[in-house]
Design a binder for this molecule. Structure first.
Ligand SMILES: [Cu+2]
Length: 510
């Protein structure tokens, strides 16, 4: 029977294959990550780029393109009468388009999608056009709609470069080189931080390493303040902070205790819990414990279950944790479409997710008494000022996952964004053991897991496969395996890898 149980294996790797020599070899090839990702040039044909305008008896139709953080053309000119805007999102984040004074707006448009906005009969005048997603208009997503007698409908600025978007006409001439440089910089950072032996603050027992350095790290385990009656107290402050999502890009994030995601809170079943929320945001807030059994008044849905926690105020959530494990999140509920995607999200865990130890699933037996070497979280987001990210960071600032051959890793996925993300780990199969913290009667193996907003999944991963022949270095085994969202423009842009990309590192057995 095939088994993933740790067992003696006669074919140990050769003595010269130290972890660092492997990385050096990989880094030297330069393009290994490129190959690993099976790079596909994203060819997106959409009506918004290279489009133009049409003036018919039925009115004007103008193509408008949104990117980070621009609306093109900046001035849209049309004659009075019926106007339609064909609005394309050529960026990497969710955007929308609102025409003030006409009171018409698109829905939130996902990256690479488009929508036609019928403005109806528009009178002569000047109207402001913006993306209403917080921070986007201030970052440049503003345009003007000029409705003038005798005007010719303006053409979309087809020649303007569009960030993060590829048309079939041209990739930058140096796009291959940028891909190679970006991948190499990431590997160099990962190998460098491994050498320094930094602990990984977001991992239980993790060996620790990081991508290209940025300021601030989220998901840090929070110590409880234990009160005389045994209650575990966690003090949180919500406020707007500077947060570096990727090297050199700092945004105004909404954060708990200056972290995105906020501190990882863990309690045990039956614990008495008190969460003290101080609101230092400019607007009211609350905390909803998503997927955690709390009483009505601690469900955090202002103004229904509690009063709004006004700016400057403090609120106490008090409850007894359930008598079973639960894997939840905590996030603002009030104005969630702004506050959550901008960073007010974190993990709330009650006990350990039960694992299918001793069970055989599709021919693979999970060891009895399995205790994974590390327990990690991957919180995905795609919107607001945080954008496409894993644990609050975008590639190349994403933390790699560091394991050794034979290690078992327990990984929890959480989606706090607006769209689903099919998370794909190369080469190493994942065993799905729980959905939303509830253990599955029938765990299953897969390599791509679609995680929709609000969902949590728990997987077990053993950093080896039985078909790996350790005595034959030519066979794949240890290495840096690409791990990314498989919506291709969530993982790549014209400059190479970006956004929802990280690496699963398998070091040779010590
Ligand atoms: Cu995605």
């Amino acid at each position: 029977m095939t088994t993933l149980s740790p067992k003696p294996n006669g074919g140990e790797p050769g003595g010269d294959r130290s972890p660092l020599s492997i990385f050096a070899a990989l880094a030297a090839t330069g393009a290994f990550l490129v190959a690993a990702l099976a790079v596909v040039i994203t060819v997106v044909k959409d009506p918004g780029v290279g489009g133009g305008s049409v003036k018919t008896a039925a009115g004007s139709s103008v193509s408008v393109t949104m990117t980070e953080f621009k609306i093109a053309p900046a001035v849209i000119t049309v004659p009075p009468g019926p106007v339609k805007l064909v609005v394309a999102n050529a960026g990497t984040q969710v955007h929308n388009l609102q025409v003030k004074g006409v009171n018409k707006a698109t829905s939130n448009i996902a990256a690479a999608a488009s929508e036609t906005l019928d403005l109806g009969d528009v009178k002569a005048g000047t109207y402001e056009v913006i993306c209403t997603i917080p921070g986007h208009a201030d970052s440049g997503m503003k345009a003007t709609l000029k409705v003038e007698e005798g005007a010719t409908a303006s053409a979309a600025a087809a020649s303007e470069p569009s960030a993060g978007h590829t048309t079939d006409t041209a990739l930058p001439a140096d796009s291959d080189q940028q891909m190679i440089d970006g991948a190499n910089a990431y590997v160099k950072a990962v190998v460098g931080s491994l050498t320094e032996g930094k602990p990984n603050p977001t991992s239980n027992g993790g060996k620790g390493a990081q991508g290209v350095a940025t300021k601030g790290r989220g998901n840090q385990k929070m110590e409880a303040k234990v009160l005389p009656d045994g209650t575990k107290e966690f003090d949180l402050e919500a406020k707007i902070i500077d947060w570096e999502t990727e090297p050199g890009k700092t945004v105004k994030a909404w954060a708990y205790n200056e972290q995105v995601p906020g501190p990882w809170i863990r309690v045990e079943p039956g614990d008495k819990v008190k969460v003290v929320l101080k609101n230092s945001l400019p607007i009211g807030t609350d905390i909803h414990f998503h997927g955690v059994s709390t009483p009505f008044k601690s469900d955090g849905v202002a103004p229904i279950t509690q009063d709004m926690v006004k700016s400057g105020a403090t609120y106490n959530y008090e409850f007894t944790a359930p008598n079973r494990s639960e894997l939840g999140m905590y996030h603002a509920h009030n104005h969630g479409h702004v506050s959550i995607v901008n960073g007010l999200f974190a993990i709330f865990q009650v006990g350990d997710v039960p694992l299918p130890t001793g069970r055989t699933i599709t021919g693979v037996t999970v060891p009895n008494n399995l205790k994974p070497q590390q327990e990690l979280a991957m919180v995905v987001n795609d919107a607001g000022v945080i954008g496409l990210s894993l644990n609050g960071k975008a590639f190349p600032a994403t933390d790699p996952i560091i394991t050794s051959e034979g290690d078992w890793t327990e990984l929890h996925y959480y989606n706090e964004g607006l769209v689903a993300h099919p998370m794909h780990l190369h080469h190493i199969p994942q065993l799905v053991v729980a959905k939303d913290g509830i253990p599955l009667d029938s765990p299953y193996w897969m390599d791509t897991l679609n995680v929709a907003p609000g969902e949590r999944y728990t997987v077990l991963v053993q950093s080896r496969r039985d078909d790996i022949d350790l005595s034959n270095p030519a066979k794949p085994g240890p290495g840096i395996w690409a791990f990314h969202c498989h919506i291709l423009n969530h993982a790549e842009n014209d400059k190479g890898l970006f956004g929802m990309v990280t690496a699963w590192v398998v070091l040779p057995k010590a």
